[in-house]
Design a protein. Structure first.
Length: 271
């Protein structure tokens, strides 16, 4: 019990830290490695559990667009999901883009009856949680990939990325901090899964952790921040999580088969 308390305090303290210089420097090489490994893992991934055909909308990370989620969408389309791009171009993070995202999601809800699952990478994951908070009755589940929704300040982001965000979004440092503090970081009204990596080179991994709850979970994978869309382990988890029937969500089972070797025991943060 004492160890658990110290672990939780350590995680909270880290939420204002930036990722390590080494992890940031190794981002690009690891992305290449993840893309290469996906080529070999694709035949195995193709045998993943089939979905029930419900809609899954993908939200890209900062400075990225729909091309960055193309592999994820193609993979899940083959598993019988109706995958939807966000169709908003480059994710600049600006206030104007956030307004257009709300309009876009309202359009999606009108065109597609039933509940929709949301998959968001990095900044897109933050936006996914915002949408889920505003339309809880229409969102089936939320899955985030290296999304720093629990960040306390811009200092938890790589310094170069932070400066680029201020330039592209047009926000000041104070506006960035205020926006981060408004992001819903507590348990959502629907099941939510946070996929993260402790070697994240863009944001500190502790800012991606969910508070423990009946419908929340954290799943650690080996990889990079920017390579989440190509990481075979991420694709495997997405297929497993999305295949669950609505209303019958269960946490990810690490002890089945060889999963214990592929997925480290995740860090925990009590609510």
């Amino acid at each position: 019990m004492t160890y658990r308390v110290y672990e939780e305090l350590e995680i909270r303290d880290r939420k204002t830290q930036s990722p390590s210089t080494l992890d940031s420097a190794l981002e690009l090489p690891r992305v290449v490695l993840e893309m290469t490994s996906l080529t070999y893992a694709w035949p195995l991934l193709a045998s993943g559990p089939r979905g029930d055909g419900h809609c899954v909308m993908f939200l890209p990370g900062f400075t990225a667009g729909d091309q960055s989620t193309l592999i994820l969408r193609r993979y899940l389309s083959r598993l019988n999901y109706q995958t939807l791009p966000w169709k908003l171009g480059q994710n600049t993070g600006s206030y104007d883009l956030q307004d257009r995202l709300l309009d876009r999601f309202e359009q999606v809800l009108q065109e597609h009856p039933g509940k929709i699952s949301l998959v968001g990478q990095s900044l897109g994951g933050i936006f996914a949680r915002v949408l889920a908070t505003q339309w809880p009755e229409r969102v089936r589940q939320v899955i985030t990939l290296s999304a720093p929704f629990a960040s306390a300040s811009p200092e938890s982001t790589n310094a170069l990325v932070g400066r680029l965000y201020r330039y592209v979004s047009g926000m000041s440092h104070d506006e960035m901090r205020d926006q981060m503090q408004e992001v819903p970081s507590g348990p959502l009204a629907m099941p939510s899964t946070s996929i993260y990596t402790k070697t994240d080179g863009v944001v500190h991994w502790s800012t991606c952790l969910e508070a423990e709850g009946e419908q929340t979970e954290n799943i650690e994978v080996l990889g990079s921040h920017s390579g989440m869309g190509f990481n075979p382990l991420v694709l495997y988890v997405l297929a497993d999580r999305l295949a669950q029937a609505d209303g019958q969500w269960r946490p990810f089972e690490r002890n089945i088969g060889c999963r214990g070797l592929m997925f480290p025991k995740p860090a925990a943060l009590a609510g």
